[in-house]
Design a protein. Structure first.
Length: 180
């Protein structure tokens, strides 16, 4: 490795900053370092200083835009979090309503299935079954429909009965227990 030597006008001997022979650099004053730096890099001209100031202004404006964007992003994230909380409330309410709606349902197995049976015929069949079997008056069934796909060589499909009121379902269930 070669020696790097910088000389100063005030001293006749060269000052060694990096040397293979000396492990620790020789101490020198700050004034000497400034003089050496000024010789290597002369002071900036007025035009250069103005250019640097312009660049700093542009950087500050960019930083302000970034800060503004960051604040807008934080507000958007806060809004998203509020929407997420509202969505969670809506989801739980929907699950509750679904559960309440399903409480009024009953599945019936084994009722004979006719060809080309639609939900109106199925509803009439179920109401007739309740009237004949349990003595329940009509107009308690909201809708009744068959579950699954129709096939000719299998057992009749189950029927999902949706009652108008939960009370109607409970009345049918009570009648069923009493007729056993």
């Amino acid at each position: 490795m070669s020696k790097r030597v910088l000389s100063s006008s005030s001293s006749s001997s060269p000052t060694s900053y990096y040397s293979d022979s000396s492990p620790v650099p020789k101490p020198c004053s700050v004034k000497k370092k400034i003089k050496v730096c000024q010789k290597i890099n002369p002071p900036a001209t007025k035009e250069e200083m103005e250019a640097i100031l312009e660049e700093l202004k542009k950087l500050q404006q960019g930083q302000e835009k970034l800060n503004k964007g960051q604040n807008e992003l934080k507000q958007a994230l806060h809004g998203i979090e509020n929407v997420r909380k509202k969505l969670d409330v809506i989801d739980s309410r929907l699950a509750q309503l679904d559960r309440i709606s399903r409480e009024k349902n009953l599945i019936i197995y084994g009722l004979v299935e006719e060809d080309n049976e639609d939900f109106m015929k199925t509803t009439e069949l179920v109401e007739k079954f309740f009237r004949d079997t349990y003595g329940v008056l009509q107009d308690i069934v909201d809708v009744a429909d068959r579950l699954g796909r129709s096939s000719k060589n299998q057992n009749p499909r189950p029927i999902r009965v949706k009652f108008r009121r939960l009370y109607d379902k409970r009345m049918v269930m009570k009648e069923k227990k009493e007729t056993r």
